[in-house]
Ligand binder design. Structure first.
Ligand SMILES: Cc1ncc(COP(=O)(O)O)c(C=O)c1O
Length: 385
């Protein structure tokens, strides 16, 4: 019998012990959250100066293996500052996947720079390095050791690989291309805390990386993010620029550049410390849920659960069904039938180049992204499931 939307819904139901409403994600507060947040309130240090802010940074360093972590008000702010520190300027172009969440393109736009959209590899859902290399060899021009887009005349300063749904991009292949064209790499690791590429945590494979602790992420601080880097100088600058660029002094207010009020408040960091203590359990539970989905969908024609690439150990932050080519028509039926039944499902993001504000941005052939846009359905992925 040919697979239909109902088969898909029933298969999801077998895995998730359906309740009245099953969201895609929900935070889990089963550790020291109340204790630490209460402690933070009682300390009176609820804003950006406080023990919990430093503690969360130390725990991120321990967990990710990055030498430095600087926590921020959200992941978008972390990405914005990372791009500034990577040297992106308003006249530049920044390469990024068209298949990403809006924040990647927004962060580039905050600088006044231009997103330049590239295609992804269906096997990883991340930037296709080989296709990128072929593209750049056709459209770019090296001048004084820097890469320029020959048709727009703009410098291509940076590239932002995004680890989609927590699955690591093939960073070695990407870094090789970036090196060839002297393009700085900044990872959008918003979704990939707990994901490892060839044994090394994501966010450690580039100059700077941004992580998110939004309420839907694997751990949450309510809202929050972090910049990761292995470069001491950049870490110092990141802290400076996210704390209004104030020169430390006992009483004077002096600032040496235009900075940002982007530092994470202690109240949020207190939540984060309690959350990161439970990181191993969250990752294990997510991985186990993914396995159950993979098993349940095995043998169902026309659909598979996206699996981590061979080189990766993924956090499986968000599970995705990938419909086979020819099954695109089923996508909207699946979305309707599952959402009507209280099972939250979502299509993947609308491609960035299709959004009004990015319509005129340069782009390469995006055929894989365009095809995936019609074939991916995200399914409930909470660690409690
Ligand atoms: C790929 C990606 N980039 C950036 C962000 C931005 O993070 P935040 O929501 O914390 O600003 C998110 C998450 O929301 C994301 O999924």
């Amino acid at each position: 019998m040919k697979t239909n939307a109902n088969t898909i819904k029933q298969t999801i139901e077998k895995v998730i012990n359906k309740e009245n409403f099953t969201p895609l994600h929900a935070p889990i507060f089963e550790g020291n959250e109340i204790k630490y947040v209460t402690d933070c309130i009682e300390s009176n240090f609820v804003s950006s100066v406080g023990e919990y802010v430093n503690r969360l940074e130390e725990m991120l360093v321990d967990y990710t293996g990055a030498k430095y972590a600087v926590v921020t008000v959200n992941g978008t702010a972390a990405l914005h500052v990372s791009l500034i520190l990577a040297g992106v300027e308003s006249a530049d172009e920044v390469l990024m996947p068209a298949l990403t969440f809006i924040a990647t393109a927004n962060a580039v736009s905050y600088i006044g720079a231009m997103p330049h959209f590239v295609d992804v590899d269906e096997a990883t859902l991340g930037i296709d390095a080989k296709k990128l290399d072929a593209y750049l060899s056709g459209i770019s021009q090296m001048r004084d050791g820097e890469c320029f887009n020959a048709s727009s005349g703009k410098r291509i300063k940076a590239i932002v690989p995004m680890h989609t749904f927590g699955h690591p991009v093939d960073m070695d292949a990407l870094n090789k291309v970036a090196e060839k064209y002297n393009i700085t790499v900044v990872e959008d690791a918003a979704e990939s805390l707990g994901s490892f590429y060839k044994g090394k945590h994501t966010g450690n494979h580039s100059l700077l990386a941004a992580v998110s602790f939004n309420g839907n992420k694997i751990i949450t601080t309510g809202g929050g993010g972090a910049i990761l880097t292995n470069d001491e100088e950049l870490a110092k600058k990141a802290k400076h620029i996210t704390t209004t660029a104030k020169i430390p002094h006992k009483w004077e207010f002096r600032h040496d550049m235009i900075g940002y009020n982007y530092r994470m408040p202690a109240l949020n960091a207190a939540l984060g410390v309690a959350q990161i203590e439970q990181m191993d359990k969250f990752v294990n539970d997510k991985r186990e849920l993914a396995l159950r989905y993979i098993e349940a969908f095995r043998g169902i024609e026309g659909v598979k659960v996206f699996q981590e690439p061979d080189y990766a150990k993924s956090n499986y932050w968000l599970n995705a069904l990938v419909l086979a080519e020819g099954y695109e028509d089923m996508r909207d039926e699946i979305l309707t039938i599952t959402n009507d039944a209280g099972i939250m499902t979502r299509p993947i993001w609308t491609l960035m180049n299709k959004l009004e504000m990015f319509r005129d941005c340069p782009k390469m052939d995006l055929s894989v992204s365009e095809s995936l846009e019609m074939r991916v359905v995200n399914i409930p992925s909470g660690a409690w499931l």
